[in-house]
Design a protein around this ligand. Structure first.
Ligand code: 13P
Length: 260
């Protein structure tokens, strides 16, 4: 089986106007150079900036991601944006089930599953976010939580569908807190996720990329990204500055390539 190509995605959350987004996207695009041969890189600006940024990225290997979508292709759903619309505007990826959506907007696993199906139908690659809270970790419920989130979101999925998605393990206690999971904690959770996928969907689990997210910074990225089951990162705060985002991308290269 081909090695998994790491995916580093910057989740800009609710930050950046169109002008600011163009500036940041351009800086990342211009500095990417040969880095994108070994690492796939994506940025997820807010909806309002997607079209302008997509045009700016034409011809560049830098990929575009959205931060959410709705599960219907079109209709009377005020305020929603469909996966087809995101594909039309130039997105490759869509982040789904982020813990901030679960926490602030009551998003449930079943909705994440519907959105992921819609994304796949539209030709997008869903990035499905899962992760436990601090209370769940302290109570020893981390794996139970990950299992129920995966089962809820991926109910009825075929191995082919699973082959088309990315999972992001984002422990809620590490998001925006500066408290990163240790490489060992993250690796254990990622290995659990891969094993769970293997149990339910078979061999395809070996090719599914599992990203880590939660306070990834240039100084902790390499330790995380060298773990065998960590296939990239979903980066929040540190993706809002081109230099720190690029340093994280550089940390993704195998050690023998770091000098180049
Ligand atoms: P931070 O990197 O700011 O902790 O955010 C992580 C995240 O939520 C990415 O989706």
């Amino acid at each position: 089986m081909a090695p998994r190509r790491p995916l580093i995605c910057g989740n800009w959350k609710m930050h950046r106007t169109v002008g600011q987004a163009l500036e940041l996207a351009t800086a990342v695009r211009n500095a990417l150079g040969g880095l994108s041969r070994e690492v796939e890189v994506a940025i997820a600006p807010p909806f309002t900036a997607l079209y302008a940024v997509a045009r700016r990225l034409q011809g560049s290997p830098l990929r575009l991601a959205a931060q959410d979508c709705f599960w219907e292709p079109e209709g009377a759903f005020t305020g929603e944006v469909s996966a087809e619309m995101l594909r039309d505007v130039g997105c490759t990826y869509v982040i789904l089930g982020h813990s901030e959506r679960r926490q602030h907007f009551g998003e449930l696993d079943a909705a994440v599953g519907l959105k992921a199906r819609a994304a796949l139908r539209a030709g997008l690659c869903p990035i499905i976010c899962i992760g436990e809270t601090l209370a769940e970790r302290d109570a020893g419920e981390t794996y139970g939580r990950l299992k129920s989130q995966l089962e809820g979101a991926l109910a009825g999925f075929s191995p082919d569908m699973v082959a088309g998605l990315v999972v992001a393990y984002e422990p809620v206690w590490a998001i925006g807190t500066g408290r990163v999971a240790t490489p060992q904690q993250a690796q254990e959770a990622h290995a659990f996720v891969r094993q769970h996928l293997h149990q339910h969907f078979g061999e395809v689990a070996q090719s599914v990329r599992i990203q880590y997210g939660g306070s990834v910074k240039p100084d902790n990225a390499a330790g995380l990204l060298r773990q065998p089951d960590i296939d990239g990162a979903l980066v929040g705060g540190a993706s809002l500055q081109a230099e720190s985002f690029l340093d994280i991308i550089r940390a993704c290269r195998p050690p023998d390539r770091e000098a180049t």
